[in-house]
Structures are given as structure tokens and as C-alpha cells.
Write a protein that binds this ligand. Sequence first.
Ligand SMILES: [Zn+2]
Length: 218
Amino acid sequence: MVLEQERGQIVEYCRRLPSDGLVVATSGNISARSGDMVAVTPSGVDYEQLTADLVGVYRLDGAPVEARLAPTTELPMHLAVYRQTRAQAIVHTHSTAATAVSTLLDELPPIHYLIAMFGGPVRVARYATYGTDELAAETVEALGARTGCILGNHGTVTIGATLGEAYTRAVYLEWLCDVWLRASAVGRPRVLTPAELEQVRVKLSTYGTSRPHGEAGD
Ligand SMILES: [Zn+2]
């Protein structure tokens, strides 16, 4: 079985999606890249029933390598992001707070310093029909050099050098959106200045020598 490790990891993280509040039913999807191959969740399989051999493997051009089931309808989006960014893993969710924010904003403002882990304020991609090349293009544009974006009236996409990193960012993006919604419900949230964000970016870039508060168990 090709990409056995990546397929196993995808199953492991998929099982966490519902209890982490990141998806509803079978919505959302996860992929991981190795070389010019991508392992990605199949379409419409209950996460409880998912096994590594049901996770399909495709080439970057979409040609199937090992795939027993149809891939997620968002395969074009995953492949487009891999072709145009340095992502090694992608997590796509319909998490509630982020989806609510996706109907209200063009960009999630820097309401908390942890937004620096995305490279700055998180942009909201223009709405496009799910599963289309148009949505794939809007996602790539909204991501730019960032590590996450929100999809207009749809959900989220986060990327990482590992699946663990992409998944952790999905959890933080949902939390940031929840904080914004709660704060905005009672007032006008104060936002961090570019200088304040830059200081955090520098600290995060020296991760390991000065561990950021709020990560890795803080
Ligand atoms: Zn979706």
C-alpha cells in the first residue's frame, strides 16, 4: 500500500474531527502529500468506518494511484493548493464559528496574537460552488503566503508542513473565530497593531528557543 503512513495519519485525525467540533457528519476532508502523490479522504464515508485502505492516493494531476472509492468532491481544491503552495498537509472543515464568520467578514482581524501563526489576518475567499475549479482558485488566492483561510459561506482551509500542524491550525482558527463572534456580539473588538503582530511573528519564528505562550501545552 503506497503512502501507508500518510493514510494511517489521515484516519487518526479524521476520527478526532467530530469530537474536536470541526465538522458536522461527514463534511470536511483531510489530505497529506508525499512527493508527487496525495492521500485524501474519500467522499461521504462515516469517519468511524474509515480505514487506511479506504483513503485514496492520487497524483498531483488528479490521476488515481490507489483508490477504492470516489475521492472527496474537494479533490480539485486540495490538488490546487499543493501545486501552488509549500503545503504538505491540508485540513478542510465546516467548523461552526468559522463558518459563521465566513458569512460576515472579508478578513478575520488580529483580535489575538495567535493569529500570527497564520502569517497575519485570515482572509475570507470569495464564495464559489463546492467541488469546482473556481473554489480551488479562490482558495489559493485567499491563502497566498498564509497558512490558513476561510471559505466564504462554506468553512475553512488550513495547511502545514505536517498533518499535525495543519490540524492544530484548524483548531486554533475555529477558536479565533469563536472569540471574534463572542466579542463582536457585545461590542467592537480592539485589534492588535501591525507592530504588535510583528513582535509575535519574530517570537514564533524562534519557536523552540522561546516557546510561544498558548502553544504546545501552555
Ligand atoms: Zn466543504
